[in-house]
Design a protein around this ligand. Sequence first.
Ligand SMILES: Cc1cc2nc3c(=O)[nH]c(=O)nc-3n(C[C@H](O)[C@H](O)[C@H](O)COP(=O)(O)OP(=O)(O)OC[C@H]3O[C@@H](n4cnc5c(N)ncnc54)[C@H](O)[C@@H]3O)c2cc1C
Ligand SMILES: NC(=O)c1ccc[n+]([C@@H]2O[C@H](COP(=O)([O-])OP(=O)(O)OC[C@H]3O[C@@H](n4cnc5c(N)ncnc54)[C@H](O)[C@@H]3O)[C@@H](O)[C@H]2O)c1
Length: 480
Amino acid sequence: MAPESSEFDVIVIGGGPVGENAAQYAIQGSDRTAAIVEHELVGGECSYWACMPSKALLRPSEVLDTARNMPGVKELVGDQPLDADAVLARRESFTHGLDDSSQVSWAESAGISVVRGHGRLTGEKTVEVDGRTLTARHAVVLATGTTASVPNTPGLRDARPWISRDATNIHETPGHIAVIGGGVVATEAATWLLSLGAKVTMIVRGSSLLAGSEPFAGELVASALKERGATIMLDASLESVSRENPADTGIGRIHGGPVGLVVDGTEIVADEILVAAGRTPASADLGLSTLGLEEGHYIDVDDHLNVSGLEWLYAVGDVNGRAPLTHMGKYQGRVAGDVIAARAEGKSLDSKRFRATADHGQVPQVVFTPLEVASVGLTEAKARKEGIDVEIVAQDIAVAGSSLQQDNYSGRAQLVIDRDTDTIVGATFVGPGVAELVHAATVALVGKVSLDDLWHAVPSYPTVSEIWLRLLEARRTADH
Ligand SMILES: Cc1cc2nc3c(=O)[nH]c(=O)nc-3n(C[C@H](O)[C@H](O)[C@H](O)COP(=O)(O)OP(=O)(O)OC[C@H]3O[C@@H](n4cnc5c(N)ncnc54)[C@H](O)[C@@H]3O)c2cc1C
Ligand SMILES: NC(=O)c1ccc[n+]([C@@H]2O[C@H](COP(=O)([O-])OP(=O)(O)OC[C@H]3O[C@@H](n4cnc5c(N)ncnc54)[C@H](O)[C@@H]3O)[C@@H](O)[C@H]2O)c1
């Protein structure tokens, strides 16, 4: 179907990773048509301003850390810093110079039309794109994501602070940067800014880093960041900001003169500020009010990803606020796409694949700081809050496999067990390169594998996965 058409089976507003998946799954293997409406770049936040550039910036410092802890290699590396120009050039290779033509080609090859412009609902199954009206025969999917929130602190917005887009698309490294926030973006960005040579001061409103994770994860990450030179101010209140000559110098460039930040009555001077204070759903200018729905909030959905009981309207990914991560959004996109296809073909929705059940307590995430924090499911605190009869087993990650990875390998692992069902409801691993450990925990958790059965899932020797055996042994010791 040509992009000039005004009628499609499925219209997706927002061409991020999640919208792409929803469109693909809704039409694949059929003669249905789909359009993605995108007002910026097809590929969305993740491809150009979030996951891809951030991980491209983080990987070199991880490799350098490993090298510095590996006899035979550390002598070659010495105390040389990273080659910042090479690191930024590799980041550019992942963001394609903010050119989305390869993603547009992918969409077209999947039979999806790309309509450029701002999409807005105007009524049932109708979408206006900059004055042009599109009609959907089956479904409209909202996949508009989020934007960075900038708090209303006096002087902050006028100072033109960096947001996550500047940090991931960094072109000039500030001598000293103040990072507002202690969450995922703040800790990851602090890691790559330190590795590029910046002095980093983190101003954190709460009493720990990564407040949504197990407390030991935030503590270990704080120690690792401090070891690399970061200053971390906890329970800190940013009262005001002032800057001389704030300037629109472009994304990732220093936005003017020195910045003064008053924190708990004391002034700090930095060359730039990064605001990493959470996200705002992109639902304010989507025409939701034409359907009597509230604008500017996360859009509530059921497990089919339908909005407000309307079988033709879906919201997937960050904009529904259920699990704001690329892999979870793409999963929702697959579920919504399958639901749309089944309804279009008159099939029953009576199968697990038509419900996004993993959003409820089965969400995995990896945070990439000097230590990786890989987790799935509930923290101990959340499990107790849900009334689960919780048992905790925790161990330092000191197993034969991990000691071979590098010298000075350290970290911690913890399982949250539901005593009643003898299954895992949460797991957290913290340490260098532990990201790949989490999928085993996800499989055990989603499959509700009992701890008794897990005893027979034998980890290979010598791998970091031996931590599983140590955790199960610790549990037996506690039991008997
Ligand atoms: C710095 C950073 C690093 C991150 N790293 C990770 C990571 O490592 N792993 C991970 O899982 N998650 C990560 N995330 C989260 C991840 O980026 C999001 O979960 C993901 O991008 C959500 O995808 P989405 O398609 O829902 O939204 P988005 O990627 O935000 O895409 C939405 C798209 O909709 C378009 N749009 C919005 N409104 C309209 C409209 N009205 N009309 C037309 N187009 C519109 C936007 O231009 C955009 O292209 C990170 C986030 C940040 C900020
Ligand atoms: N590796 C990954 O999976 C990854 C990486 C980056 C981002 N993300 C996702 O992106 C999203 C956004 O991350 P984020 O770090 O912006 O959000 P976040 O919710 O993780 O952290 C926000 C931080 O800002 C602080 N804050 C909020 N309002 C404030 C205010 N008014 N003044 C001072 N501090 C304030 C909070 O206390 C918290 O420390 C998250 O959902 C995250 O899951 C994921």
